[in-house]
Design a protein around this ligand. Sequence first.
Ligand SMILES: Cc1cc2nc3c(=O)[nH]c(=O)nc-3n(C[C@H](O)[C@H](O)[C@H](O)COP(=O)(O)O)c2cc1C
Ligand code: SF4
Length: 462
Amino acid sequence: MDEYRAFGGGLGLARAQELGPEQTIQEISLSGLRGRGGAGFRTGRKWDSLRNATGTTKYVVCNAAEGEPGTFKDRTLLRSNPYQVIEGMAVAALTIGAREAFLCLKAKFEREVDIVTKAVAEMEAAGLTGDLTITIVQGPDEYLYGEEKAMLEVIEGKAPLPRLLQPWERGLFAVMPQMGWEMTPPDPEAPLEGLNPDLAGGAEANPTLVNNAETLANIAPILTRGAEWHRSTGTADSPGHVICTVVGDVAHAGVAEIELGMPLAAALDQIGGGPRSGHRVKAVLSGVSNAVVTSDEIDTPLSYEDMARIGSGLGSVGLIVYDEAACMVDVAHSLSRFLYVESCGQCPACKFGTGEVTAYLERLLELRADDRDILTISARLRTVTDGNRCAVPVEEQALISSFLRSFPEEFADHLEGRPCPGRHDLPVPKIDDIVDGEAIFDGRQRFKQPDWTYADQPGRGD
Ligand SMILES: Cc1cc2nc3c(=O)[nH]c(=O)nc-3n(C[C@H](O)[C@H](O)[C@H](O)COP(=O)(O)O)c2cc1C
Ligand code: SF4
């Protein structure tokens, strides 16, 4: 805390108090900051719509659930500087007009839970959170917990099943969906029948701002040093720096802050020490949300626009590397199984579609598939997103169809029953920790079943 203050901790909040909400939002918008939770949504625009949303009760949520395979940046950030994240929460609350905030991470992140518990207490004691109340939420291990509509459910004490409406349409503790949302403050002269007047927000939607932990850590430096400073690094459409994780077939696993726009290959070299000796990179994934990047695209700059240009995406910049020895059918199967298992089943096309794709990929792996199975995979990938509440099936569609497109010869070999010399049984790179350059993956994931229980044997997916 002393060190944080010595390096200017607290100045971001002071600047926000001086500027007031409108100018704070303007500064964040001018900086071009984009959300680090995966989609790259423009933070200034998000804050502006929350600021202008009608309602007397609003909330701020910091998303530090970090469940996407390949990603370890939020825990690295919280381990090294939790204060900057908390200061970002305080500025966000002041700006949108919230009095209560929730810092959400997983119960199993014991080390980070201790760190943020201590840091919140220190920040409150030092008066660096204003009159904001911050509650630390220790959520479940499920991937969906990190999805913002599911996160609100967990904060309310329920299971991580994404709700229908967006957090700004139906925020925390909003109580009357069956009557439609009352977007104006309730009238004390004519209270709605059956409504407990003591409930926060009454019949309002309680618009809630959800930002990723790294996004919030960017706020204080932007306010103290200015939007232009933030724009002085990175690219025009992806300014600033980002925290990048590298795991898989590299010399060593690692996490580091890099300038946006750095070529992907350079990030693999700098953070991961390049490919393992004597090997070459065949494929890179940025998490499980985007299309696979092949070796001929490896010099693509790590920016939102350049990754989109090659048909992929930056995601949360968790780079998973596979070299020439890895079997791409095996990778496609294990990641499809991950999404199938983690799908909550509220939308039939998602649960059944990811399940069927996984089952047919397994037939391919076992050299017992025929042409119809490939056709079924393609057909399911077209419909898996039907009626979806969240992006899980969109991820399945983007990821698995990209493997079919990029490595057709490996799929053809499996279809024609040719023995595959590639490495199989590759783990889902869901990171528990990175110690001395070695990534420790969650060994329990392969035992997880589609109903979220754990079996004695590794799951087969069908
Ligand atoms: C299945 C799923 C899991 C997600 N997990 C996370 C997560 O662990 N952390 C996170 O910040 N965002 C996660 N997101 C994205 C959030 O829903 C949300 O977009 C993000 O927290 C917004 O923050 P930002 O605007 O600062 O990027 C996930 C999305 C999906 C569909
Ligand atoms: S799209 Fe899939 S994961 Fe998302 S809510 Fe529906 S069933 Fe659950």
